[in-house]
Design a protein around this ligand. Structure first.
Ligand SMILES: C[S@@+](CC[C@H](N)C(=O)[O-])C[C@H]1O[C@@H](n2cnc3c(N)ncnc32)[C@H](O)[C@@H]1O
Length: 375
């Protein structure tokens, strides 16, 4: 009948089943191959995306590093300068002037050294009154630290202290790391909060914003941290996401001035001997009216520069008070010993004035020389 109708004869019974199974198998294999191909394409696309993201991140990193500042600038001065001020209000104001001068000229470290045998290494301890031995350096360091700390963290890090009685009245540093609540900036200073977190999740940090920031690590509560906020945030989320970074990163990666650290040194020689850099300071500048005219020198490239100021009696007095130094002439201690205000119109320039004058005049040569030495 099939032949009669001109149609292909249909396989019958078993033969038909075998053919059907073969067809099914072929289709299954084809489907499998197609799925594999799809998977390969998906993986290739994913790999290409990952590669592109990596390249983008690397490009951004290089771009950021190009914006960064690799060198550091330190300033050292004796705490004894506070003893020239007659009241706690005046001492506080003097400390504030130093803090502002250092912030204006992007000083990364302030070293307060002792030239009166006070031998104090920390700002811990109680206030024992104006002019008492051991207080000037500690008090200066404490006020400098207080002013450097962003306002929203001060309550946590600076409990009430007599040294800080008038510090709240001082002019703020208003530097980039004192970020306002609504301001958008990649980096922020924060304090790790006492807050339980789920296992594998990082701590919560108060960075002075409406929302807290959940960081990538679990850290001890109460710690001050520098946080880099993730570029992508989930707007509906209760908290923001960020990573803990070195406090140097805002400077080295983004060229932002990120405040100064404060160090106490027990004498002038300890300023150099106890520095934070592995290879020490590679550009040291002493300042004096008896120094060489700044205009006649050319500063070499450097990584870590320090400019040292004397007190009421100049650096000669600091050298004399230092039990580790046998020299009498301070100029031999420095790479350069500079007069930054030749032809001064007052018999003496006060230390706080000398800091402003010297940093202003040294700024262009320091910026020019502040590049890493070629390897
Ligand atoms: C009150 S002055 C010291 C004056 C003191 N009679 C002396 O002979 O050095 C305090 C500090 O200010 C700085 N200073 C004063 N005049 C300066 C100048 N012309 N150039 C650079 N630094 C100066 C120095 O660091 C000095 O130790």
């Amino acid at each position: 009948m099939a032949e009669f109708l001109g149609k292909r004869p249909r396989p019958q019974g078993e033969a038909r089943k075998t053919e059907w199974r073969k067809l099914k198998k072929e289709r299954k294999e084809e489907k499998k191959k197609w799925r594999e191909l799809k998977m390969i394409k998906k993986l290739e696309k994913q790999r290409a995306q990952e590669e592109a993201e990596k390249q983008k991140e690397e490009a951004e990193e290089t771009q950021q590093q190009a914006k960064g500042r690799t060198y550091t600038l330190s300033v050292a001065l004796p705490g004894s300068i506070l003893n020239n001020a007659q009241s706690l209000e005046l001492r506080t104001y003097l400390a504030g002037q130093i803090a502002r001068a250092c912030a204006i000229f992007c000083v990364d470290e302030i070293v307060v050294f002792d030239e009166e045998g006070e031998d104090v290494k920390s700002v811990e301890g109680e206030f024992v009154g104006i002019g008492k031995k051991g207080q000037a350096s500690v008090q200066l360091a404490r006020i400098l630290q207080y002013l450097e700390c962003p306002q929203y963290l001060r309550k946590a890090f600076f409990p009430k202290h007599q040294d800080l009685q008038f510090a709240g009245l001082l002019n703020p540093l208003d530097s980039p790391h004192h970020v306002r609540q609504e301001e958008v900036l990649e980096y922020r200073e924060g304090i790790v909060l006492h807050r339980p977190t789920r296992p594998g999740r990082g701590s919560f940090v108060n960075c002075g914003m409406k929302k807290e920031v959940q960081i990538d690590k679990n850290l001890e509560p109460g710690l001050r941290v520098t946080v880099r906020l993730d570029q992508q945030q989930i707007p509906e989320s209760k908290s923001l996401k960020g990573r803990v970074v070195s406090s140097q990163e805002p400077r080295t990666h983004a060229g932002l001035y990120w405040g100064y650290s404060v160090r106490l040194a027990s004498c002038l020689s300890a300023v150099f001997a106890e520095g934070p850099f592995k290879d020490g300071y590679d550009l040291t500048i002493g300042t004096s009216e008896r120094g060489e005219d700044l205009a006649s020198v050319q500063l070499p490239n450097f990584n870590h520069a320090i400019v040292v100021f004397g007190g009421l009696q100049g650096l000669e007095a600091s050298v004399e008070a230092d039990p580790n130094l046998e020299v009498t002439d301070p100029s031999v201690l420095f790479d350069f010993y500079l007069n930054t205000c030749p032809g001064q119109g007052s018999r003496t320039i006060r230390t706080e004035e000398a800091i402003l004058i010297s940093l202003a005049t040294l700024r262009p040569p320091i910026i020019a020389a502040g590049a890493p030495r070629p390897d």
